[in-house]
Design a protein around this ligand. Structure first.
Ligand code: ZN
Length: 242
């Protein structure tokens, strides 16, 4: 993950500078402006589940991409750039690793019914395999193309999130800028994997990040005692920083 981030940032250094100039300076840890940095709050939760992000090429360039937040919270997060014509051998090795049971997270209505599951079979801590959630981190048209044109994913079950989960997610999402979706989907997956605390921490960390991101955008200071911070502290079992 860190390697991908570094490589992408190197490639994107020019557009970044061109857009913001020196005033567009970003924390390399959280991609926010330094005055709104959330790195001091960065939670790590040990999880059985892993996350595999397949990113449409442009995605890693965006500071608001929430894939980074998943990597911050879930230690076993791996990210790969997606291309139609080539597959990273490291991705194929990951998918073939017997410790993982991969699930492709995608809407079930676009998939042959026999592939679709709504529950995570290896959620039990005693299960032989750990769930690995494959998230297509892209716009919806890109995600559909990635799904269709990645034959190496065809052998895995498709985890389809349920309407009531989606509606909760859309309700939350409507309050946000675009591209605040992948981390929420990962949160729902962690819930299904029987890891509610990790799901809570990820979702509340996303709320904290969103708060800082929007405050920075509107040139207002972050509220370190605000609602989002309180909920993150609660999820982590400690009080918000003074
Ligand atoms: Zn930071």
């Amino acid at each position: 993950m860190a390697r991908l981030r570094t490589a992408r940032l190197a490639r994107s250094a020019k557009p970044f500078l061109a857009r913001g100039g020196p005033r567009g300076e970003r924390c390399p840890g959280c991609r926010l402006v330094p005055s709104h940095c959330v790195c001091s709050l960065h939670p790590v939760v040990p999880t059985r589940a892993g996350v595999c992000l397949l990113m449409a090429d442009i995605e890693p360039l965006k500071p608001s991409n929430t894939g980074w937040l998943i990597a911050d919270v879930v230690p076993d997060t791996l990210a790969f750039g997606w291309a139609r014509t080539e597959v990273d051998p490291a991705l194929l090795a990951l998918l073939a690793d017997p410790q993982w049971q991969p699930y492709v997270v995608f809407p079930g209505e676009f998939v042959a019914p026999e592939r679709v599951v709504t529950e995570v079979a290896c959620a039990d801590a005693s299960a032989a395999k750990r769930p690995l959630f494959i998230l297509l981190d892209a716009t919806w048209p890109e995600a559909r193309k990635m799904f269709r044109k990645s034959p190496y994913l065809d052998r895995f079950p498709v985890l389809s999130l349920q309407p009531e989960q989606i509606s909760r997610y859309q309700l939350r999402r409507s309050r946000r800028d675009d591209h605040f979706c992948t981390a929420e989907v990962a949160g729902l997956c962690l819930d299904l994997a029987g890891e509610p605390q990790a799901a809570q921490v990820l979702q509340t960390y996303l709320d904290v990040f969103t708060h800082h991101y929007l405050q920075a955008k509107h040139q207002l200071p972050p509220d370190w005692q605000g609602e989002a911070h309180q909920r993150l502290a609660q999820a982590l079992g400690r009080t918000a920083r003074a």
